[in-house]
Design a binder for this molecule. Sequence first.
Ligand SMILES: Nc1ncnc2c1ncn2[C@@H]1O[C@H](COP(=O)(O)OP(=O)(O)OP(=O)(O)O)[C@@H](O)[C@H]1O
Length: 250
Amino acid sequence: MLETRDLSVRFGGHLAVDAVSCRFRPGELTAIVGPNGAGKTTCFNLISGQVAPTSGRVLLEGADITRLSPAARTRRGIGRGFQQTNLFPGLGVAENIRLAVQASRRKGGALLRLAAADRTTARATTDILERVQMAHLSKRLAAELAHGDQRKLEVAMLMALEPNVYMFDEPTAGMSAEEAPVVLSLIDSLRRDGGKCVLLVEHKLDVIRALADRIIVLHNGRLVADGAPARVMEMDIVQDAYLGQGLANV
Ligand SMILES: Nc1ncnc2c1ncn2[C@@H]1O[C@H](COP(=O)(O)OP(=O)(O)OP(=O)(O)O)[C@@H](O)[C@H]1O
């Protein structure tokens, strides 16, 4: 579904991402791990379009999207959440989701009649509110939500865009021990029930163990390991280059 081919970016003299080639499949959750400065977020930026590569390509369903803007990539089905606050704080929870649903419908260019469009938007909004278990908060202003609920609302808004590829950068950062499992099980369901391709940059070992079908390890911008979690965790290069430097202590 999503593929990078020899993807590289150089910032001045520093090769932040170095010839990363990788395929991501539907229904698979891939955790991208590595020490600080390994190039994880930059890799995300290259895939979602925030950063242009020095060389290499990004393909989505076989089409070259390397030169497309982030907005154009979103329209093609790449949904990136977190680390960017997309909420409308002065609007209610349901309103936030409704706007995201409407944006998604415009993306499809469906020429539904206005009344019918309103009904389908309302139905989709209610459906998402229930899936994220926020129906009881539907009228609460986004600004008044607890941190964990705000993050959950961001996932809900991302779901409204109906992407095929979900990208999450440390989705439980700053969450309490009670809040994190709800967001993680939501992310889990996107892959399991929805058959979506999910990419996750994550430092927390318990999150990786619970969710990942596959782990990719970056180190100094290079992809140094790629495979099933149990196998990758055992590899010497991972133990030396990564686990030894912090992950094991998380
Ligand atoms: N816009 C930029 N300009 C210059 N250097 C950058 C830029 N973005 C990232 N870098 C550098 O590229 C390298 C990779 O950074 P990146 O943020 O991708 O690492 P990371 O693996 O996500 O780290 P962390 O786990 O700390 O978030 C770092 O050395 C960083 O300083």
